[in-house]
Design a binder for this molecule. Structure first.
Ligand code: UD1
Ligand code: CA
Length: 476
């Protein structure tokens, strides 16, 4: 790889066909924005400098670009006067005077680093003024066409709107990715005119400028046309998203992951899977999810930013920012909210919701329960239909259950409350006071109504207001 490589990313255009308040390059697929994918590919070729041109919604696009590429320099194109105009403002920030400048667009999410690397290396080796990454496509409509001399030399790029009827028949197109000799680029940019159908400064006109100067221009055709394709509307975004997913799923299968139904399996670009993971139909692994070997996920499971230990089983579950220990057992129909942590061989069973809840090794919440803001010790079992009542209407509180505890069905743990190691509770217990280790807690008895409690203890809340109105209505 050349040491003198600068990359310019064009991301100033609006993308009106998205019909969105969100800028085109910020639309997402595979867990990243379009421009995020492009910047990831660019980072993998380790350029000396990356300059991103922003314009439309730059207050959104600029910071987003810097998240992916903190060393990236942003330049603002105030007047969207064409790709040539965009590169002209970018070049004002480019430090190097020799070497290669690569131009890419922010909306080609399937572009791969290897493609950029090979393209830039070939451009260097051939000592060209300009190289164009081209593709031969079935439908060239809308693209700039490659005009070649009878002996195959690249003469010019003609844009769709400026092309003659004959030129429009040409199926070799400019992908938009171009490489330039930095010195040539700097001196040639001011020579661009805008006397064309769009009244814009076309970067592509630099091909004929180079030819006029007797410099070499070359084209590097790419077979894998998807890599240069941009999404202009949401139909194309979905198509690119599906293709990207197909590529990611295929790569994982070749790396040893069993995917029963690739068509209904969605895996984001940043997910990490170990060999011998099995993914069953209808599963989405999103964000920074990591799955260890022999785990089985699915069917119909969505995990976002989760960690799954080896040999764990997750069936028809939805999880976000949860950690599932090795050999743990989750589902079916389980909701793991942020902060759910399952120890090894722990279980969260059917119709269980957990949030900010830590289960020790071998701890089980098998059925129909809510565990919020609680810690459950190793090897404890929580009876069916149990609620950790973590919210008193004003504040959230945490509860703690010790090791080897057995709780009865239909319990309510009124937080904050602690249950000691080896303790037990009876069916239907409402546990408001701490239970010492080894004790059995039972509760119940006749119902008592403490009249006016809300007005005294929750004065000034909407609950108190409703109580007051209710009381007035009941007055004869
Ligand atoms: C461009 C090429 C065309 C190529 C096609 C590939 C030119 C003149 N034409 O056409 O040969 O086949 O891409 O997709 O270069 N942009 C800016 N500032 C501007 C104008 C554009 O940053 O003033 C950015 C856009 O955000 C976009 C990219 O440059 O990312 C391409 O611009 P667009 O207007 O879509 O060019 P095309 O007409 O598609
Ligand atoms: Ca375009």
């Amino acid at each position: 790889m050349t040491n003198d490589l600068t990359v310019i990313v064009l991301a100033a255009g609006g993308g009106t066909r998205m019909r969105s308040k969100t800028m085109k390059v910020l639309h997402r697929l595979g867990g990243r924005s379009m421009v995020g994918h492009v910047l990831t590919a660019i980072a993998s070729v380790s350029p000396q400098q990356v300059v991103a041109v922003v314009g439309t919604q730059r207050e959104m696009v600029g910071p987003h670009i810097q998240e992916y590429c903190p060393d990236c320099q942003l330049v603002v194109q105030d007047d969207l006067d064409g790709t040539g105009g965009a590169v002209r403002v970018a070049m004002e920030q480019v430090e190097m005077s020799t070497g290669t400048v690569l131009v890419a667009y922010g909306d080609t999410p399937l572009l791969e680093g290897d493609t950029l690397r090979t393209f830039a290396a070939e451009h260097d080796a051939a000592e060209r003024a300009v190289s164009i990454l081209t593709a031969v496509v079935v439908n060239p409509f809308g693209y700039g066409r490659l005009i070649r001399s009878p002996d195959g030399e690249v003469e010019a790029i003609v844009e769709e709107k400026d092309a003659t009827v004959d030129q429009r028949e040409i199926r070799e197109i400019n992908s938009g990715i171009m490489a330039f000799d930095a010195e040539f680029l700097r001196h040639a940019l001011p020579r661009l005119g805008n006397d064309n159908a769009k009244g814009e400064f076309y970067l592509t006109d630099l091909v004929s400028v180079a030819r006029e100067d007797g410099l070499t221009v070359g084209a590097h055709p790419i077979e894998d046309v998807w890599q240069t394709e941009g999404a202009n509307d949401r139909v194309q975004l979905a198509e690119l998203g599906r293709e990207l997913n197909r590529r990611i799923v295929t790569r994982w299968m070749l790396d040893g992951v069993t995917v029963m139904d690739p068509a209904t399996t969605w895996i984001d670009a940043d997910v990490q899977l170990a060999p011998d993971v099995t993914i069953l139909p209808g599963t989405q692994l999103l964000g920074a999810t990591v799955v260890a070997e022999d785990a089985v996920i699915g069917p119909d499971t969505t995990l976002k930013d989760c960690e799954v230990g080896s040999g764990a089983r997750v069936v028809r579950a939805h999880g976000e920012l949860a950690v599932i220990g090795p050999q743990a057992d989750v589902g079916p129909f389980t909701y793991m909210r942020p902060g759910t942590l399952l120890g090894s061989a722990a279980k969260l069973g059917a119709f269980v919701e957990a949030k900010n809840a830590q289960l020790g090794d071998g701890a089980k919440v098998p059925h129909l329960s809510y565990v919020g803001d609680a810690e459950i010790g190793a090897a404890s079992n929580i009876g069916a239909g149990t609620i950790f009542a973590n919210y008193d209407g004003v504040e959230k509180h945490r509860s703690k259950v010790g090791r080897h505890v057995r709780t009865g069905s239909g319990n309510v743990f009124v937080a904050p409350v602690e249950v000691g190691d080896g303790a037990a509770t009876g069916a239907g217990a409402v546990v408001r006071r701490n239970v010492p280790p080894g004790a059995l807690a039972v509760s119940g008895g006749p119902q008592r109504n403490l009249e006016g409690w809300t007005l005294r203890r929750r004065a000034g809340t909407p609950q108190a207001e409703a109580a007051e109105q209710g009381l007035q209505r009941e007055e004869p």
